[in-house]
Design a protein around this ligand. Structure first.
Ligand code: SIN
Length: 313
């Protein structure tokens, strides 16, 4: 069980944090996530997360219980997912990303639940603050995940474009991603999650501004407040392109026991769909930390359109 250990000034562990790409991502070594973890180690991980946006750990021998306990060191842990109704027994916080499940429900191999760029569950009015994903079963090759730094994407826009985007609000909605007419499809549609979010959100800890455009959750509605559908579509296409430029990304090659911890308020990610045809399973487990209601540059808050806020404990 991961717990906090009292820090002693002479026993403080220094973690190795090695950046992996020019704008995003670092690998952390020298820590066993089973714990107990010194308070200073937790602070080093938190600070590396805020600086590098996604951090990776290798060769961790943790199961569901240790993953949830580790997550609790950083905030309240939410239930698995607003639409997850079959988490692993005894672990309501664990969201399985399991190709075997997708094959059973969709009738074809699929290595992740979503193969588009997205920030986790931004259809919620308070999307998760962070996610922690642990790899369990992997194809022999392929099935990597890529993250992008949305702060860099915002900061590198021309000033006039930044000023324009600062004012926009974009509609985010949950897409069923299940066979049309299936039980899951019906359930997701009945409890549809929809929210308006500022296109630029200010990070509550770092104060940084991030381009908050989550393609997977904004592609369905294609709606920017005050703009026509075709205007919205063209502006969104520009922003999606900027948010996912290759230079802002890092690509991670998973191995069993790898753990990725990302700041969902400053990144989007993409599960690369290059392994479905390999006929090999891919199983990972995710937990998410409760998030705040995003705020735009002028302090305006996101608005709930449909669904409920998503709280953890
Ligand atoms: C996720 O979107 O949280 C999962 C990413 C993956 O399957 O690699």
């Amino acid at each position: 069980m991961t717990e906090l250990k009292d820090a002693h000034p002479f026993t403080d562990t220094r973690l190795d944090v090695v950046p992996l790409a020019g704008y995003i991502g670092a690998e952390i070594s020298g820590v066993d996530l089973r714990g107990p973890l010194e308070a200073s180690v937790v602070e080093q991980i938190r600070s590396a997360l805020h600086r590098h946006k996604v951090v990776f750990f290798r060769d961790q021998q943790i199961g569901h219980a240790e993953q949830v306990a580790f997550a609790r060191l950083f905030g309240k842990v939410t239930p698995a997912h607003p639409h997850e109704d079959n988490p692993p027994e005894g672990f309501p916080e664990i969201f399985p990303i399991d190709s075997r499940r997708y094959e059973a429900s969709l009738g074809r191999k699929r290595t992740s639940y979503d193969n588009s760029w997205h920030t986790d569950v931004t259809a919620l009015v308070n999307p998760p603050a962070a996610s922690i994903l642990r790899a369990h079963i992997l194809p022999p090759y392929g099935g990597d995940t890529t993250w992008t730094n949305l702060v860099a994407a915002y900061e590198n826009l021309p000033k006039d474009l930044r000023n324009f985007v600062d004012q926009l609000d974009i509609k985010h909605q949950f897409n069923a991603r299940a066979a049309e007419g299936s039980q899951r499809d019906r359930k997701v549609r009945e409890a549809n999650l929809v929210a308006w979010h500022p296109a630029v959100r200010v990070h509550p800890v770092t104060g940084e501004r991030a381009l908050f455009v989550s393609p997977g959750f904004t592609r369905g509605a294609r709606e920017i407040r005050g703009f026509s559908p075709s205007q919205s579509e063209r502006i969104l296409a520009l922003l999606w392109e900027e948010a996912t430029r290759t230079e802002y990304t890092v690509r991670f090659r998973w191995a069993p026991g790898s753990v990725a911890f990302w700041d969902n308020r400053a990144t989007a990610h993409l599960a690369i769909s290059d392994a479905g045809h390999l006929d090999h399973d891919r199983v990972l487990y995710r937990v998410t930390l409760e998030g705040d209601v995003p705020k735009g540059v002028d302090g305006r808050e996101s608005e709930l359109v449909s669904g409920q806020p998503f709280y953890g404990s």
